[in-house]
Design a protein around this ligand. Structure first.
Ligand SMILES: Nc1ncnc2c1ncn2[C@@H]1O[C@H](COP(=O)(O)OP(=O)(O)O)[C@@H](O)[C@H]1O
Ligand SMILES: CC(C)(COP(=O)(O)O)[C@@H](O)C(=O)NCCC(=O)O
Length: 397
């Protein structure tokens, strides 16, 4: 087994922190996400803890350290296993009574790969429900993490101040391989109200077939150079260049995604892969934005938070989703995105180590805005700065 595996997006300090005291997994259809904590025992009443009143006085079970984030492709699960092996689960890591170590895990892979993890790492995957974890992760991030949620309108990113007393209800739209839409009413109070199979897996899968790209990032990059109008049929293409004013459609509105390819005397090879990728990204993003709004409308929700790794901090994706929500809601509803978009489920699984429930488990250090990692809205490079580790305390009481 290769012990030197480093996940895409691991930052340098993940390599030096060898032992993990708590690790949780979200193994989805496409990506396996890891959240892990490495650190030391900490002293009493540390006044840098945000909710020190709750942590103070229980020093023996308070750990100080950093939460780290990493991801691997699920089809390369062996790399994920090798990474965990290389890190070592330290003596603080939870164990079954009288048995071996347990690792909290969610997503379909928690079932699919349970035997493999037992065989290779001798750990027992303790399964947590995927929707429970998504909601717990989202609630934690929205309530506890400074500058987590933001809007993306007209190329401008703006952080949203979350008022904890006015957070619920909201719609959580998780765009993974497929899409789940969850109406969230509070901590542990939610209902999965809709979903669609046209999600991130559809974009990546169809895109791979159409462009022969070898990686998701390559496909995203290609899409940035494309022009969807070469492929999409616009209202103007149908209406002789003009608008269809009577029903409020401008000539530049897309009448039919990929529709232009029907009448053009071309085969696949005659199209630029850039244009195909662009059109596909727009089609999927627009469709999800519209479905999200219709679902929000069904339940009278005005706030829609989007998570899942499909978004990938990509400007065009966020812009398309935002425009779709704005357009269909006539400005009534708002799309919001999250910096830890892909780690909601893994964070939720992590918090389930706390038997008392998700509250008061992870205590963030007071954050200095000057030290906030830069986030420019582009797809992350090898060093995922927007997934930078978080300085925090774990309250194991
Ligand atoms: N490095 C990557 N490799 C593959 N897909 C990626 C990558 N980065 C982002 N994606 C997108 O994220 C989607 C998976 O999102 P994720 O939230 O991890 O869902 P899942 O839990 O189903 O794996 C993929 O379908 C793809 O659209
Ligand atoms: C089955 C899933 C919950 C699995 O989650 P994922 O691995 O895609 O994040 C998700 O793919 C989904 O909600 N699909 C849409 C199914 C539907 O509502 O039609």
């Amino acid at each position: 087994m290769d012990l030197e595996v480093t996940p895409a997006g691991a930052n340098s300090d993940t390599r030096s922190d060898a032992r993990i005291s708590h690790l949780a997994l979200d193994i989805g259809g496409t990506l396996a996400k890891l959240v892990y904590f490495s650190g030391n025992k900490k002293l009493l009443n540390d006044d840098r803890v945000q909710s020190s009143a709750e942590v103070g006085g229980r020093s023996s079970s308070v750990l100080h350290g950093r939460l780290h984030f990493a991801k691997f492709e699920t089809r390369k699960i062996d790399e994920c296993i090798a990474f965990i092996h290389s890190k070592e689960l330290g003596s603080q890591h939870p164990k079954e009574l009288g048995n071996g170590k347990i690792v909290k895990a969610t997503g379909g892979g928690a079932f699919k790969f349970a035997d493999l993890f037992k065989e290779k790492l001798d750990v027992c995957l303790d399964k947590e429900d995927e929707m429970d974890c998504l909601v717990a992760g989202a609630n934690f991030l929205l309530k506890a993490v400074h500058q987590e949620a933001f809007t993306y309108i007209g190329g401008q990113k703006e952080f949203v101040q979350i008022n904890q007393d006015d957070l619920y209800p909201f719609l959580l739209v998780n765009i993974g391989s497929g899409v789940s839409m969850i109406k969230v009413d509070g901590n542990g109070k939610f209902e999965r109200v809709s979903g669609t199979s046209l999600g991130g897996g559809t974009f990546w899968g169809l895109g791979k077939l159409l462009t022969k790209c070898n990686s998701f990032d390559e496909l995203l990059e290609l899409s940035q150079q494309g022009n969807n109008r070469v492929v999409d049929m616009l209202v103007g293409d149908i209406y002789g260049g003009g608008d269809y004013n009577k029903i409020g459609l401008s000539s530049t509105a897309i009448a039919s995604s990929f529709g232009k390819t029907v009448s053009a005397n071309k085969v696949l090879e005659n199209y630029r892969t850039e244009d195909l990728a662009r059109s596909l990204l727009r089609m999927i993003s627009n469709n999800i934005g519209q479905l999200a709004y219709l679902t929000a409308l069904r339940f009278g929700l005005r706030r829609i938070f989007f998570g899942g790794f499909f978004i990938r901090g990509q400007c065009y994706t966020m812009d398309t989703i935002s425009v779709a929500v704005h357009y269909w809601s006539k400005g009534d509803a708002q799309a919001m995105f999250m910096r830890h978009e892909g780690f909601l489920g893994a964070l939720g699984a992590f918090m389930s180590y706390n038997k008392q429930g998700p509250d008061n488990f992870i205590h963030l250090m007071k954050q200095d805005p000057k030290h906030e990692p830069e986030f420019d809205g582009t797809a992350p490079e090898e060093e995922d700065s927007e997934y930078a580790s978080i300085d925090c305390f774990l309250d194991l009481a």
